[in-house]
Design a protein around this ligand. Structure first.
Ligand SMILES: Cc1ncc(COP(=O)(O)O)c(C=O)c1O
Length: 366
């Protein structure tokens, strides 16, 4: 994005926000490089496409598009409530879980309030804090991992929120169940802990924290999940938060009344019923990840073991240069230098043929 000078009446903080670089769309790469056959492994989308049940539900709902969506999301919340065994008044729906991050900062982070964020954590947290004129307090992530003592050492009387993306994007690294319990034992009760579980369905349950337990024991916790990844509905923008009724009420108060569109709500309800689709995606991801690990090792690349549907790969040349070289082969991955990770690229796990094409392109690019 070319940066043009902002109007003089712009809030000063807006000038300081580094623009987010989303995954390059396929059509843009086709245009720029004159390529017909381009694959995108840059936004951690579900390579299977949407669930056929979600597609059918959306098609059936098209003739109602002149109506506003149900602003309370009654049916989706009822469905989720059964699915999660949690009361609907503990749920908040978002226009993707990205919007939920904003609802958290809008409701709870005021000017100069502090928010603890890991050095390589998902970009959205820092931007949401900046917009509110809050202060991001960085916790280092040695070896790209969360460090519980480091996180705890950053908490002060001014700390309002602590964000844990579990697993984190772009590193793919996890806070384990034991680490999470140790963190929660020591975090003061008045600090809101947000567990962003966008990649929840790809987890290895053996070592994954049961964050619902913290809620059940009355802690100030928000668990965020999304329909964008394992449920294959990124284009419809539906996420949800599970929290206490009081926190939910605060988030709902600052929420735009019709924030989740009607097709998104309908598709999400149908997708929750498609258990086979979900499992197929999980299995595909396990196999794709094993393929990447094997082939990356064969080619001599280091990678970070991932708890999600993408892998962070260490690059012998600057990651951005590799990203550009791969574009020429019609393979879109994600440079992550915006996180200070200059010698890495992040690659999503796609269909087997896409994964093989990435590995081929990688082997000729270096
Ligand atoms: C850790 C994490 N949280 C949240 C999101 C946002 O997903 P969405 O807004 O599509 O629900 C993403 C998307 O990449 C993510 O990686």
């Amino acid at each position: 994005m070319t940066r043009i000078e902002l109007p003089t009446f712009t809030r000063p903080i807006v000038n300081e926000i580094a623009p987010y670089e989303p995954g390059k769309p396929i059509s843009e790469v086709q245009r720029e490089f004159g390529l017909a056959d381009v694959i995108k492994l840059a936004s951690n989308e579900n390579p299977l496409g949407p669930s056929p049940k979600a597609i059918a539900a959306v098609k059936a709902a098209l003739s109602d598009l002149h109506r506003y969506p149900d602003g309370s999301g009654f049916d989706l919340k009822a469905k989720l409530s059964t699915h999660l065994s949690f009361s609907p008044d503990c749920l908040v729906l978002g226009n993707g879980s990205t919007e939920l991050v904003e609802l958290v900062t809008e409701a709870f982070v005021g000017e100069r309030d502090e928010v603890v964020i890991g050095r390589y954590e998902f970009f959205k947290y820092r931007i949401a804090v900046q917009i509110m004129n809050g202060i991001t307090v960085w916790a280092e992530m040695p070896g790209l991992q969360y460090d519980v003592d480091e996180l705890l050492s950053k908490i002060t009387p001014r700390t309002k929120v602590l964000f844990i993306a579990n697993p984190n994007n772009p590193t793919g690294t996890l806070l384990t169940a034991a680490e999470s319990d140790r963190l929660m034992e020591r975090v003061p009760e008045n600090v809101l802990v947000v567990f962003d579980e966008a990649y929840y369905d790809y987890r290895d349950p053996a070592d994954y924290p049961d964050t619902m337990r913290y809620l059940q024991s009355g802690r100030n916790v928000i668990i965020m999940r999304t329909f964008s990844k394992s449920y294959g509905l990124a284009g419809l923008r539906v996420g949800y938060a599970i929290t206490t009724p009081a926190i939910a009420q605060a988030m709902n108060t600052v929420r735009e009344a019709f924030n989740v569109n009607s097709l998104g709500q309908i598709a999400a309800i149908a997708a929750l019923d498609d258990v086979d689709y979900l499992q197929k995606g999980i299995d595909l991801n396990i196999a794709g990840k094993a393929f990447y690990y094997r082939e990356l090792s064969r080619l001599g690349f280091n990678y970070t073991p991932s708890g999600a549907n993408f892998v962070l790969v260490r690059t012998p040349i600057p990651g951005r240069d590799l990203f550009k070289k791969l574009l020429q082969s019609g393979v879109i991955v994600r440079p992550v230098d915006g996180y200070g990770l200059t010698d890495y690229v992040r690659v999503s796990i796609g269909l087997p043929a896409e994964n093989a094409r990435f590995i081929d392109a990688l082997s000729t690019a270096i």
